[in-house]
Design a protein around this ligand. Structure first.
Ligand SMILES: [Zn+2]
Length: 213
């Protein structure tokens, strides 16, 4: 009977895995589901405006579920697992040198609606793992662009035109690691890289958690 009640309490209070719903590990992402995340090859997945874009994983069912959970369903604890997945991939790349992480910013009206920028949360966790600093004041999103998922690459670039502003006074000369959650056509990175280059900042890499390709 005692066993039955403690089992029942476990069922009620134990953290369920956001992917498979099982609670035996008492974690928001169990190790089984984490192991199912599919890493990309250790090569740049794209090249935008003269800069390499790395994507840690394929946007398969599990990665999609946890990115969406973090982004739309307030499952903030998932940021740690996404960052860990990215960090494992990052270590596999074996790139030398010190970087400063620049999370892709949200426009303030979207930030107000969502209450947090999911990419900031990933960047903070990635910073703890890598020891790199985070710079959230170098780039500001000045235009509230419409969602991009139905647009072509050209339409995306048009949509994003003049939507970021660089605050050069907040640049401290470090090599930048521009971080986003998903990179589809690479147009967000492309616009940011071009804006930074326009401001005389040329040393950077782009890094997303996932790409559908
Ligand atoms: Zn699971």
């Amino acid at each position: 009977m005692k066993k039955f009640f403690s089992g029942l309490l476990d069922l009620i209070y134990k953290q369920k895995c956001y992917c498979c719903g099982r609670s035996y590990e008492n974690k928001i992402l169990c190790s089984n589901c984490y192991d199912e995340l599919e890493k990309s090859a250790f090569l740049p997945s794209k090249f935008v405006a003269g800069v390499d874009v790395y994507c840690a994983g394929r946007y398969n069912k599990s990665l999609q579920k946890i990115i969406r959970g973090l982004k739309y369903h307030k499952k903030k604890e998932l940021a740690y697992y996404i960052a860990q997945f990215m960090y494992e991939y990052w270590c596999g790349l074996n790139l030398k040198g010190e970087f400063e992480i620049v999370p892709v910013p949200l426009h303030k009206s979207r930030l107000k609606k969502r209450k947090y920028n999911q990419v900031d949360l990933i960047a903070d966790e990635f910073s703890k793992l890598s020891g790199y600093t985070v710079n959230k004041s170098l780039i500001v999103r000045t235009k509230n662009t419409k969602p991009q998922y139905k647009l072509s690459r050209i339409e995306r670039l048009e949509n994003l035109k003049n939507s970021f502003e660089v605050h050069k006074e907040n640049y401290n000369g470090k090599r930048l690691l521009i971080v986003d959650d998903i990179s589809t056509t690479g147009s967000t990175f492309e616009v940011i890289v071009n804006t930074l280059k326009y401001n005389g900042i040329n040393n950077m890499l782009c890094f997303a958690a996932a790409t559908p390709f």
